[in-house]
Design a protein around this ligand. Structure first.
Ligand code: AMP
Length: 285
């Protein structure tokens, strides 16, 4: 497996793969890899001749300095996992390589209404930071397909808009959420939970699952409120937002009949650790 640190070497690698006509799959990550990431990598390895994974903790998508500093970094272990999975190249640049001071980093991406709600509202600047890093990475790696996890449900919608507005030519492959045996959605941030928090955290998904049953004979509002009340009642947990939305527009729905594809997206502070998850209430046949 090739470890690439510079934009120059990445460009050269990509040109060589394209010249020999290889299909290229790409998995962008911030590292501290777990089975969630690896499920994307495994799918990419199956579906492409060449797979590139990026490991880059993108400073400009963090709106909280402490969250950035405390974000887990496990590069050596990540390299081992990726090599064992059959990845061809890892792109692991420094921040100054990605964002040289002389570059204009002020471009405003057109990401549409899907970027204004939920994470967009609570993490100002987050999606502009995500868009900027992916714009650079997509142009550099120039993949046929890029793999994203549905854990970050809103991010996928935003990335689809980025691709349209920037005229990029890449197929987005959405992959299902990987969970621990107790139901907690795998996340690099789970490593920051203490043992008590880790024991309580599966209640987030347990509550979301319960709410699917509850929703069958209750309104959207009642379903929303019961999720928030139940999670807020768990010691040390506080819901930042829970929104029941149309899965395509990400705008809230008032009635279950309003859409044939409805998801609930939640963000919970477990102490200082911010966890996200989502659940499907309605799915088109
Ligand atoms: P991150 O390193 O957190 O930026 O995540 C990189 C990619 O892995 C994103 O597309 C995430 O949605 C995806 N991902 C993270 N956790 C999971 C999970 N538990 N299941 C599936 N995909 C995930």
């Amino acid at each position: 497996m090739k470890i690439i640190r510079t934009l120059y070497d990445m460009t050269e690698y990509r040109v060589r793969q394209r010249d020999r006509g290889a299909s290229v799959g790409f998995v962008p990550t911030m590292g501290a890899l777990h089975e969630g990431h690896m499920s994307l990598v495994e799918k990419a390895v199956k579906e492409n001749e060449v797979v590139v994974v990026s490991l880059f903790v993108n400073p400009i998508q963090f709106n909280n300095a402490e969250d950035f500093e405390k974000y887990p970094r496990t590069e050596e272990e990540d390299f081992k996992l990726l090599a064992a999975a059959g990845v061809d190249a890892v792109f692991a640049p420094t921040a100054s390589e990605m964002y040289p001071a002389e570059n204009d980093n002020c471009k405003e991406y057109k990401l549409g209404n899907v970027a204004e709600v939920m994470e967009g509202k609570y993490r100002p600047g987050h999606f502009q930071g995500v868009a900027r890093v992916l714009d650079i990475l997509f142009r550099l790696v120039n993949p046929h397909r890029a793999y994203f996890g549905e854990k970050d449900f809103q991010q996928i919608a935003v990335v689809r808009n980025l691709i349209k507005s920037e005229g990029l030519n890449v197929e987005i492959v959405a992959c299902p959420i990987k969970r621990a045996a107790d139901g907690l959605a795998l996340s690099s941030r789970n490593a920051r939970l203490d043992s008590e928090q880790r024991q309580l955290a599966p209640e987030i998904y347990a509550t979301l699952k319960y709410s699917v049953e509850y929703s069958k004979d209750h309104s959207v509002q009642a379903t929303h409120d019961t999720v928030v009340e139940r999670i807020d009642a768990i010691p040390g947990m506080k819901v930042e937002y829970f929104e029941i939305v149309d899965a395509r527009t990400l705008q809230t729905v008032d009635e279950w009949e309003e859409s044939n594809w409805i998801v609930g997206c939640i963000t919970v502070y477990c102490g200082e650790v911010r966890l996200i998850d989502n659940i499907t209430y309605r799915l088109p046949n």
